[in-house]
Design a protein around this ligand. Structure first.
Ligand code: FDA
Length: 391
Protein backbone atom coordinates (compact mmCIF):
# COMPACT_ATOMS: atom_id res chain seq x y z
CA UNK A 1 0.00 0.00 0.00
CA UNK A 2 1.31 3.46 -0.81
CA UNK A 3 2.42 5.41 2.25
CA UNK A 4 0.61 8.52 1.08
CA UNK A 5 -1.24 9.82 -1.91
CA UNK A 6 -0.56 13.18 -3.55
CA UNK A 7 -1.81 15.09 -6.56
CA UNK A 8 1.71 15.26 -7.94
CA UNK A 9 5.08 13.68 -7.25
CA UNK A 10 8.10 15.55 -8.58
CA UNK A 11 11.30 13.53 -8.87
CA UNK A 12 14.36 15.78 -8.52
CA UNK A 13 14.65 18.78 -6.18
CA UNK A 14 16.92 20.75 -8.48
CA UNK A 15 16.19 24.04 -10.20
CA UNK A 16 13.30 22.79 -12.34
CA UNK A 17 11.76 20.52 -9.70
CA UNK A 18 11.77 23.22 -7.02
CA UNK A 19 10.09 25.72 -9.33
CA UNK A 20 7.51 23.17 -10.46
CA UNK A 21 6.74 22.34 -6.83
CA UNK A 22 6.23 26.03 -6.04
CA UNK A 23 3.82 26.70 -8.89
CA UNK A 24 1.85 23.46 -8.31
CA UNK A 25 1.75 24.05 -4.55
CA UNK A 26 0.55 27.62 -5.03
CA UNK A 27 -2.36 26.21 -7.03
CA UNK A 28 -3.35 24.13 -4.03
CA UNK A 29 -2.02 20.81 -5.32
CA UNK A 30 -0.73 18.30 -2.79
CA UNK A 31 2.90 18.09 -3.87
CA UNK A 32 5.63 15.63 -2.93
CA UNK A 33 9.13 16.65 -4.02
CA UNK A 34 11.55 13.71 -3.83
CA UNK A 35 15.33 13.62 -4.29
CA UNK A 36 18.00 11.02 -3.63
CA UNK A 37 20.53 13.65 -2.55
CA UNK A 38 20.91 14.86 1.02
CA UNK A 39 20.47 18.50 -0.04
CA UNK A 40 18.14 20.22 -2.52
CA UNK A 41 19.53 22.30 -5.39
CA UNK A 42 23.13 21.03 -5.28
CA UNK A 43 23.92 22.46 -8.72
CA UNK A 44 22.42 25.82 -7.83
CA UNK A 45 24.79 25.98 -4.86
CA UNK A 46 27.94 25.53 -6.95
CA UNK A 47 26.70 27.51 -9.96
CA UNK A 48 28.24 30.73 -11.14
CA UNK A 49 31.30 30.19 -8.94
CA UNK A 50 29.02 30.07 -5.84
CA UNK A 51 27.08 33.22 -6.83
CA UNK A 52 24.53 31.56 -9.16
CA UNK A 53 24.05 33.19 -12.54
CA UNK A 54 20.32 32.71 -12.07
CA UNK A 55 19.02 34.16 -15.34
CA UNK A 56 19.88 36.20 -18.40
CA UNK A 57 17.93 39.32 -19.30
CA UNK A 58 18.68 38.61 -22.98
CA UNK A 59 16.83 35.29 -22.96
CA UNK A 60 15.51 34.54 -26.45
CA UNK A 61 14.75 31.15 -28.02
CA UNK A 62 17.68 31.58 -30.43
CA UNK A 63 20.06 31.08 -27.48
CA UNK A 64 18.90 27.50 -26.92
CA UNK A 65 19.87 24.35 -28.81
CA UNK A 66 17.43 21.55 -29.56
CA UNK A 67 16.47 19.28 -32.43
CA UNK A 68 13.33 21.47 -32.43
CA UNK A 69 14.59 25.03 -31.91
CA UNK A 70 11.02 26.40 -31.58
CA UNK A 71 10.02 24.09 -28.72
CA UNK A 72 11.32 26.32 -25.90
CA UNK A 73 9.47 29.41 -27.19
CA UNK A 74 6.18 28.87 -25.37
CA UNK A 75 7.55 28.14 -21.87
CA UNK A 76 10.16 30.92 -22.12
CA UNK A 77 7.48 33.44 -23.03
CA UNK A 78 5.13 32.32 -20.23
CA UNK A 79 7.74 32.51 -17.44
CA UNK A 80 10.31 35.19 -18.16
CA UNK A 81 13.53 36.41 -16.53
CA UNK A 82 11.53 39.34 -15.07
CA UNK A 83 9.27 36.85 -13.25
CA UNK A 84 12.22 35.21 -11.54
CA UNK A 85 13.84 38.57 -10.81
CA UNK A 86 10.59 39.68 -9.14
CA UNK A 87 10.81 36.67 -6.80
CA UNK A 88 14.47 37.40 -6.06
CA UNK A 89 13.59 41.03 -5.23
CA UNK A 90 10.65 39.96 -3.05
CA UNK A 91 13.10 37.94 -0.97
CA UNK A 92 15.45 40.91 -0.66
CA UNK A 93 18.33 39.12 -2.41
CA UNK A 94 20.89 41.55 -3.83
CA UNK A 95 22.06 40.91 -7.38
CA UNK A 96 24.01 42.54 -10.18
CA UNK A 97 24.50 42.23 -13.93
CA UNK A 98 27.97 40.95 -14.60
CA UNK A 99 28.15 40.99 -18.37
CA UNK A 100 25.97 40.22 -21.40
CA UNK A 101 22.72 40.27 -19.36
CA UNK A 102 23.98 37.71 -16.83
CA UNK A 103 22.43 38.25 -13.37
CA UNK A 104 24.38 37.00 -10.34
CA UNK A 105 23.71 37.15 -6.58
CA UNK A 106 25.77 39.76 -4.75
CA UNK A 107 26.10 37.29 -1.89
CA UNK A 108 25.75 33.57 -2.34
CA UNK A 109 23.90 30.98 -4.42
CA UNK A 110 22.71 29.64 -1.08
CA UNK A 111 20.25 32.58 -1.00
CA UNK A 112 18.57 31.29 -4.17
CA UNK A 113 18.15 27.79 -2.72
CA UNK A 114 16.87 29.26 0.56
CA UNK A 115 14.37 31.39 -1.40
CA UNK A 116 13.09 28.39 -3.37
CA UNK A 117 12.80 26.27 -0.23
CA UNK A 118 10.93 29.07 1.57
CA UNK A 119 8.51 29.36 -1.38
CA UNK A 120 8.03 25.57 -1.35
CA UNK A 121 7.29 25.61 2.38
CA UNK A 122 4.83 28.49 1.95
CA UNK A 123 3.09 26.57 -0.83
CA UNK A 124 2.75 23.49 1.38
CA UNK A 125 5.17 21.31 -0.59
CA UNK A 126 6.37 18.18 1.17
CA UNK A 127 10.10 17.76 0.55
CA UNK A 128 11.73 14.39 1.10
CA UNK A 129 15.47 14.12 0.58
CA UNK A 130 17.68 11.03 0.71
CA UNK A 131 15.05 8.83 -0.95
CA UNK A 132 16.32 6.33 -3.53
CA UNK A 133 13.70 5.47 -6.14
CA UNK A 134 13.60 1.71 -6.63
CA UNK A 135 10.64 1.39 -8.99
CA UNK A 136 8.14 3.44 -10.98
CA UNK A 137 4.85 2.15 -12.31
CA UNK A 138 1.65 3.55 -13.75
CA UNK A 139 -1.84 2.10 -13.58
CA UNK A 140 -4.67 4.47 -12.58
CA UNK A 141 -2.08 6.56 -10.75
CA UNK A 142 1.70 6.74 -10.73
CA UNK A 143 3.32 4.70 -8.01
CA UNK A 144 6.84 5.52 -6.87
CA UNK A 145 8.65 2.93 -4.78
CA UNK A 146 11.59 4.15 -2.74
CA UNK A 147 13.94 2.66 -0.20
CA UNK A 148 11.76 4.45 2.37
CA UNK A 149 8.32 3.41 1.25
CA UNK A 150 5.87 3.87 -1.60
CA UNK A 151 4.06 7.00 -2.77
CA UNK A 152 1.29 7.53 -5.31
CA UNK A 153 -0.04 10.47 -7.33
CA UNK A 154 -2.10 11.27 -10.38
CA UNK A 155 0.76 13.29 -11.94
CA UNK A 156 4.45 12.48 -12.09
CA UNK A 157 7.11 15.03 -13.05
CA UNK A 158 10.57 13.86 -14.12
CA UNK A 159 12.97 16.62 -13.02
CA UNK A 160 16.15 14.68 -12.30
CA UNK A 161 18.27 16.62 -14.80
CA UNK A 162 20.98 15.31 -17.09
CA UNK A 163 24.24 13.41 -16.83
CA UNK A 164 26.64 16.26 -16.12
CA UNK A 165 28.72 16.13 -12.94
CA UNK A 166 27.91 12.61 -11.66
CA UNK A 167 29.77 13.34 -8.44
CA UNK A 168 27.02 15.86 -7.59
CA UNK A 169 24.39 13.13 -7.91
CA UNK A 170 23.54 13.43 -11.63
CA UNK A 171 22.04 10.26 -13.11
CA UNK A 172 20.38 9.16 -16.33
CA UNK A 173 17.23 8.47 -14.32
CA UNK A 174 14.91 10.84 -16.22
CA UNK A 175 16.11 9.50 -19.57
CA UNK A 176 15.65 5.88 -18.51
CA UNK A 177 12.24 6.52 -16.96
CA UNK A 178 11.05 8.50 -20.01
CA UNK A 179 12.16 5.66 -22.27
CA UNK A 180 10.29 3.15 -20.10
CA UNK A 181 7.13 5.20 -20.52
CA UNK A 182 7.62 5.06 -24.30
CA UNK A 183 9.09 8.55 -24.89
CA UNK A 184 11.91 8.95 -27.41
CA UNK A 185 15.37 10.35 -26.64
CA UNK A 186 17.59 12.42 -28.89
CA UNK A 187 21.32 12.03 -29.19
CA UNK A 188 22.86 12.81 -25.80
CA UNK A 189 26.33 14.25 -25.22
CA UNK A 190 28.19 16.67 -22.93
CA UNK A 191 27.59 20.40 -23.53
CA UNK A 192 29.32 23.56 -22.23
CA UNK A 193 32.43 21.44 -21.81
CA UNK A 194 36.19 21.97 -22.28
CA UNK A 195 37.61 20.57 -25.54
CA UNK A 196 40.59 18.20 -25.63
CA UNK A 197 43.32 17.97 -28.25
CA UNK A 198 45.95 15.39 -29.19
CA UNK A 199 49.39 15.11 -30.79
CA UNK A 200 51.09 18.31 -32.07
CA UNK A 201 48.21 20.57 -31.04
CA UNK A 202 48.27 19.29 -27.48
CA UNK A 203 52.06 19.66 -27.45
CA UNK A 204 51.56 23.32 -28.42
CA UNK A 205 48.65 23.99 -26.03
CA UNK A 206 49.78 22.21 -22.87
CA UNK A 207 52.72 24.55 -22.09
CA UNK A 208 50.30 27.47 -22.54
CA UNK A 209 48.02 26.16 -19.78
CA UNK A 210 46.60 29.12 -17.83
CA UNK A 211 46.93 31.62 -20.70
CA UNK A 212 43.63 33.39 -21.39
CA UNK A 213 42.70 35.84 -24.15
CA UNK A 214 39.73 37.34 -25.94
CA UNK A 215 38.85 35.38 -29.02
CA UNK A 216 36.20 34.70 -31.60
CA UNK A 217 35.43 31.00 -32.02
CA UNK A 218 33.35 29.69 -34.90
CA UNK A 219 31.68 26.53 -36.11
CA UNK A 220 29.70 26.96 -39.31
CA UNK A 221 27.53 30.05 -38.84
CA UNK A 222 27.78 30.08 -35.04
CA UNK A 223 30.36 32.45 -33.54
CA UNK A 224 31.10 33.40 -29.92
CA UNK A 225 33.29 36.34 -29.01
CA UNK A 226 34.40 35.79 -25.43
CA UNK A 227 37.48 34.74 -23.47
CA UNK A 228 39.21 31.42 -24.14
CA UNK A 229 41.68 29.61 -21.94
CA UNK A 230 44.48 27.13 -22.65
CA UNK A 231 44.43 24.09 -20.35
CA UNK A 232 46.73 21.13 -19.86
CA UNK A 233 44.29 19.07 -21.96
CA UNK A 234 43.40 21.64 -24.61
CA UNK A 235 41.02 24.61 -24.52
CA UNK A 236 38.35 25.97 -22.19
CA UNK A 237 36.95 29.38 -21.18
CA UNK A 238 33.54 30.84 -22.07
CA UNK A 239 34.04 31.00 -25.86
CA UNK A 240 35.12 27.35 -26.00
CA UNK A 241 32.37 26.15 -23.62
CA UNK A 242 29.81 27.93 -25.78
CA UNK A 243 31.05 26.45 -29.05
CA UNK A 244 31.41 22.98 -27.50
CA UNK A 245 27.61 22.65 -27.44
CA UNK A 246 27.66 22.96 -31.24
CA UNK A 247 30.70 20.69 -31.76
CA UNK A 248 30.49 17.09 -32.93
CA UNK A 249 33.67 16.05 -34.74
CA UNK A 250 34.86 18.67 -37.18
CA UNK A 251 37.27 21.58 -36.86
CA UNK A 252 36.69 24.88 -35.07
CA UNK A 253 38.10 28.22 -36.25
CA UNK A 254 39.53 30.71 -33.77
CA UNK A 255 40.29 34.38 -34.29
CA UNK A 256 42.97 35.21 -31.72
CA UNK A 257 42.98 38.95 -32.44
CA UNK A 258 39.29 39.83 -32.79
CA UNK A 259 38.82 43.36 -34.00
CA UNK A 260 42.44 43.66 -35.21
CA UNK A 261 43.56 43.26 -38.84
CA UNK A 262 46.50 40.94 -38.11
CA UNK A 263 48.12 41.31 -41.55
CA UNK A 264 47.99 45.10 -41.45
CA UNK A 265 49.28 45.12 -37.86
CA UNK A 266 52.32 42.94 -38.65
CA UNK A 267 53.22 44.82 -41.83
CA UNK A 268 52.89 48.15 -39.99
CA UNK A 269 55.22 46.97 -37.22
CA UNK A 270 57.73 45.66 -39.77
CA UNK A 271 57.82 49.18 -41.20
CA UNK A 272 57.80 51.12 -37.93
CA UNK A 273 59.79 48.76 -35.65
CA UNK A 274 62.08 46.83 -38.02
CA UNK A 275 64.61 46.01 -35.31
CA UNK A 276 62.03 44.54 -32.92
CA UNK A 277 61.75 40.78 -32.42
CA UNK A 278 58.60 39.12 -33.75
CA UNK A 279 57.76 37.82 -30.27
CA UNK A 280 57.87 41.24 -28.65
CA UNK A 281 55.68 42.73 -31.39
CA UNK A 282 53.13 39.94 -31.00
CA UNK A 283 53.21 40.49 -27.23
CA UNK A 284 51.71 43.97 -27.87
CA UNK A 285 48.44 42.23 -28.76
CA UNK A 286 48.69 38.71 -27.30
CA UNK A 287 49.60 37.30 -23.87
CA UNK A 288 53.41 36.99 -23.72
CA UNK A 289 53.54 33.17 -23.57
CA UNK A 290 51.22 32.81 -26.54
CA UNK A 291 53.20 35.47 -28.46
CA UNK A 292 56.40 33.52 -27.82
CA UNK A 293 54.78 30.27 -29.02
CA UNK A 294 53.64 31.90 -32.27
CA UNK A 295 56.95 33.72 -32.80
CA UNK A 296 58.75 30.42 -33.45
CA UNK A 297 57.17 30.56 -36.92
CA UNK A 298 60.27 32.51 -37.90
CA UNK A 299 63.83 32.20 -36.62
CA UNK A 300 64.77 35.68 -37.88
CA UNK A 301 66.01 37.88 -35.01
CA UNK A 302 64.68 41.16 -36.43
CA UNK A 303 61.19 41.76 -37.82
CA UNK A 304 62.79 43.39 -40.86
CA UNK A 305 64.28 39.99 -41.77
CA UNK A 306 60.99 38.07 -41.55
CA UNK A 307 59.74 37.56 -45.12
CA UNK A 308 56.34 39.09 -45.90
CA UNK A 309 54.96 35.66 -46.87
CA UNK A 310 55.84 34.34 -43.38
CA UNK A 311 54.05 37.33 -41.81
CA UNK A 312 51.06 36.74 -44.11
CA UNK A 313 50.88 33.06 -43.05
CA UNK A 314 51.13 34.06 -39.40
CA UNK A 315 48.42 36.71 -39.84
CA UNK A 316 46.16 34.13 -41.50
CA UNK A 317 46.65 31.79 -38.54
CA UNK A 318 45.95 34.54 -36.00
CA UNK A 319 42.79 35.46 -37.92
CA UNK A 320 41.45 31.92 -38.37
CA UNK A 321 43.39 29.26 -36.50
CA UNK A 322 41.60 26.09 -37.60
CA UNK A 323 42.00 23.22 -35.15
CA UNK A 324 40.29 19.87 -34.78
CA UNK A 325 39.51 18.82 -31.19
CA UNK A 326 40.02 15.15 -30.37
CA UNK A 327 37.12 15.13 -27.88
CA UNK A 328 35.70 16.77 -24.78
CA UNK A 329 36.40 16.45 -21.07
CA UNK A 330 33.10 14.57 -20.78
CA UNK A 331 30.28 14.67 -18.25
CA UNK A 332 32.70 15.03 -15.33
CA UNK A 333 33.38 18.61 -16.51
CA UNK A 334 30.31 19.43 -18.62
CA UNK A 335 27.97 22.11 -17.26
CA UNK A 336 25.03 20.59 -19.10
CA UNK A 337 23.83 17.61 -21.07
CA UNK A 338 23.12 18.33 -24.73
CA UNK A 339 19.97 16.50 -25.88
CA UNK A 340 17.50 14.54 -23.79
CA UNK A 341 13.84 13.61 -23.95
CA UNK A 342 12.69 14.24 -27.50
CA UNK A 343 10.48 17.33 -27.66
CA UNK A 344 8.27 15.62 -30.27
CA UNK A 345 6.85 13.63 -27.36
CA UNK A 346 6.18 16.65 -25.11
CA UNK A 347 3.75 19.58 -25.11
CA UNK A 348 5.67 22.83 -25.50
CA UNK A 349 3.06 24.63 -23.39
CA UNK A 350 2.83 22.28 -20.40
CA UNK A 351 5.75 19.84 -20.83
CA UNK A 352 3.21 16.99 -20.58
CA UNK A 353 4.16 13.75 -22.28
CA UNK A 354 2.12 12.78 -25.31
CA UNK A 355 0.35 9.49 -24.82
CA UNK A 356 1.06 9.17 -21.08
CA UNK A 357 -1.59 11.22 -19.25
CA UNK A 358 -0.20 12.81 -16.08
CA UNK A 359 3.49 12.45 -16.99
CA UNK A 360 5.68 15.58 -17.37
CA UNK A 361 9.39 16.09 -18.12
CA UNK A 362 11.12 19.40 -17.29
CA UNK A 363 14.53 21.07 -17.02
CA UNK A 364 17.77 19.68 -18.32
CA UNK A 365 16.25 16.22 -18.90
CA UNK A 366 14.49 17.69 -21.97
CA UNK A 367 16.27 18.24 -25.29
CA UNK A 368 16.65 21.99 -24.67
CA UNK A 369 20.13 23.32 -23.87
CA UNK A 370 20.90 26.96 -23.25
CA UNK A 371 24.03 28.96 -23.91
CA UNK A 372 26.37 29.71 -21.04
CA UNK A 373 25.22 32.74 -19.03
CA UNK A 374 22.09 31.97 -17.00
CA UNK A 375 20.04 30.53 -19.86
CA UNK A 376 19.94 26.99 -18.47
CA UNK A 377 18.48 28.11 -15.16
CA UNK A 378 15.93 30.24 -17.01
CA UNK A 379 14.87 27.12 -18.95
CA UNK A 380 14.66 25.16 -15.67
CA UNK A 381 12.51 27.88 -14.02
CA UNK A 382 10.28 28.32 -17.11
CA UNK A 383 9.71 24.64 -17.87
CA UNK A 384 9.20 23.89 -14.16
CA UNK A 385 6.70 26.72 -13.75
CA UNK A 386 4.70 25.72 -16.86
CA UNK A 387 4.45 22.09 -15.77
CA UNK A 388 3.49 23.22 -12.26
CA UNK A 389 0.59 25.18 -13.78
CA UNK A 390 -0.66 22.04 -15.51
CA UNK A 391 -0.15 19.14 -13.10
P1 FDA B 1 19.40 19.65 -11.61
O1 FDA B 1 20.62 18.88 -11.96
O2 FDA B 1 19.52 21.02 -11.07
O3 FDA B 1 18.52 18.82 -10.55
C1 FDA B 1 18.29 17.45 -10.66
C2 FDA B 1 17.97 16.90 -9.28
O4 FDA B 1 17.59 15.54 -9.44
C3 FDA B 1 19.16 16.92 -8.34
O5 FDA B 1 18.77 17.48 -7.11
C4 FDA B 1 19.55 15.45 -8.22
O6 FDA B 1 20.05 15.12 -6.93
C5 FDA B 1 18.22 14.76 -8.46
N1 FDA B 1 18.36 13.38 -8.98
C6 FDA B 1 19.16 12.94 -9.98
N2 FDA B 1 18.99 11.62 -10.15
C7 FDA B 1 18.06 11.23 -9.24
C8 FDA B 1 17.47 10.00 -8.94
N3 FDA B 1 17.81 8.88 -9.60
N4 FDA B 1 16.53 9.93 -7.94
C9 FDA B 1 16.18 11.06 -7.27
N5 FDA B 1 16.72 12.27 -7.51
C10 FDA B 1 17.64 12.36 -8.50
N6 FDA B 1 23.23 27.27 -15.37
C11 FDA B 1 22.95 28.58 -15.33
O7 FDA B 1 21.95 29.00 -15.91
N7 FDA B 1 23.76 29.45 -14.64
C12 FDA B 1 24.87 29.04 -13.97
O8 FDA B 1 25.56 29.85 -13.31
C13 FDA B 1 25.21 27.66 -14.05
N8 FDA B 1 26.35 27.21 -13.46
C14 FDA B 1 26.62 25.86 -13.48
C15 FDA B 1 27.80 25.41 -12.88
C16 FDA B 1 28.10 24.05 -12.89
C17 FDA B 1 29.39 23.56 -12.29
C18 FDA B 1 27.19 23.13 -13.47
C19 FDA B 1 27.44 21.65 -13.47
C20 FDA B 1 26.03 23.59 -14.10
C21 FDA B 1 25.75 24.96 -14.11
N9 FDA B 1 24.60 25.45 -14.74
C22 FDA B 1 24.34 26.79 -14.72
C23 FDA B 1 23.62 24.54 -15.37
C24 FDA B 1 22.45 24.31 -14.39
O9 FDA B 1 22.97 23.92 -13.13
C25 FDA B 1 21.50 23.23 -14.90
O10 FDA B 1 21.12 23.51 -16.22
C26 FDA B 1 20.26 23.16 -14.01
O11 FDA B 1 20.63 22.85 -12.69
C27 FDA B 1 19.29 22.08 -14.52
O12 FDA B 1 18.21 22.03 -13.63
P2 FDA B 1 17.41 20.67 -13.41
O13 FDA B 1 16.48 20.93 -12.29
O14 FDA B 1 16.89 20.16 -14.69
O15 FDA B 1 18.52 19.62 -12.93
Amino acid sequence: MPKREYDVIILGAGAAGLMCAISAGQRGRRVLLLDHAAEAGAKILISGGGRCNFTNTGTVPERFLSDNPHFCRSALSRYQPADFVAMVRRHGIGFHEKTLGQLFCDGSARQIVAMLLAECAAAGVELRLGHRVTDLARSEVFRVETDQGAFAAGSLVLATGGLSIPKLGATGFAHDAARRFGLRLTDIRPGLVPLTFADDLLALMRPLSGVSLNSEVTIGRQTFREAMLFTHRGLSGPAILQISSYWRQGPIAMKLLPGIDAAAFLLDRKRTRPKAALGSVLAEVLPARLAAAFAVESDAVRLADVPDRVLAALAARLSAWVVRPSGTEGYAKAEVTRGGVDTRDLSSRTLAAAGVPGLFVIGEAVDVTGWLGGYNFQWAWASGWCAGEAV
